[in-house]
Design a protein around this ligand. Sequence first.
Ligand code: PHE
Length: 449
Amino acid sequence: MSANRGEFSSRFGFIMAAAGSAVGLGNIWGFPTQTASNGGAAFVLAYLVLAFCLAYPAFMAELVIGRYGRANAVASLKKMSNKKWQHQFAFIIGFGGILCAALILSFYGIIAGWMMSYTLEPITTLIGINEASKWLTSQSTVPSLIFTTLFMGLTIYIIRSGVENGIEKWSKRLMPMLILLLICLIIYVMTLEGASEGLNAYLNPDFSKLIEPQLLISALGQAFFSLSLGTSVMIIYGSYISKKENLVTLGAQVTLIDVSIAFLAGLLVIPAMYVAQAQGLQIFSAEGNLISGPDLVFTILPSLFNGMGFIGSFVALAFFALMSIAALTSSISMLEAPVSYVVERFNLPRNKATLITSLLILSISILIILNMDSLFGFVVTLATEYGQPIIGMFCCIFIGWIWHRSKIIEELKQGYEELEQGLFWKIWPWYIKFICPLCISFVFLNSVL
Ligand code: PHE
């Protein structure tokens, strides 16, 4: 481990970077979509509770591992191990998480590439090059290959500059832009006919849905994906936090931002769908559910924007720019996980490590694009439904059962002297030992069996 491995220069820098990782397509696309297909506000409520009660404690486990280890995920976990089997376990979890981040990036980059091409489309429409517009939104092989590569190029550009000049600098620029764009879009959509009906559908809870196991499973899965858990991303971001900072509050602030932006995205996307309905578009499937998934983002919303004429082009541009920015601040965190490992494990310069790692990931993306029907769903399921919960759960087990309580206290007390008097310390150790592993395994088994 090199001494000059980098650190976030400020609290704000860390919050923006970690919130940047957390806030992504999962919030702006995934959350509203899940809400739409799981009974509206009942899902929002379940999500809020699970995000704070289960995902936040697991998130804290990853941050603590990283800040204690001050190294990549594998090395940090190994530092906490004494026995041989613990070292092997540490390697499996750390490396598994890194692999998971790489796999997520390989499909995330493709979707982000589509977001970029949809951002350019309104410009070609305004200029009047209709052929180009069609090509940009075709999602066929060639544009997918080009835009995935372009998106990866942007991710590489940021990551090769390191923690402070890359991740932190860009997160500090992009996150405020994202929030501003989101708020402007919400305000605009609220002025349109049909929006209030959408607001009603979003905020009126159907409490009978709360007892459906599917709702809880989806809400926890969504919270895990959204907080980037089980991918070692938060371990590595934790390793760049100064020992002077209070981890407990930092973690809570990031969770709060993540949940709030998901909530705001719902205020945009669901009313926008009802505006689309008011304009004659079909927004319900044959079974009577709100259309979700790719059709929502790549068909209904673009048709809505198209129907708005000149102003619609600007709205479309703002919407897809918002999506692309959200994706970029997340993808840099996914690339940082393997890059930091390669730099520290093989003692390579950052530039070289970034290039090698991202070329490997890009090759997987290309394979997926060329075998979309068979590979895309497989990689998504493998990484998000298996990898993330299993690794996230093992991180909790590592902290709860393998690491010494006195060491955890020592680590958390740095930046938070009064730790033992606060509510967090009264609850968290139990959570991490029993409740998180049990709930995560229950939800996991339920979803895969
Ligand atoms: N949290 C990101 C989102 O919501 C996705 C992500 C998953 C980022 C795993 C990093 C690691 O889109």
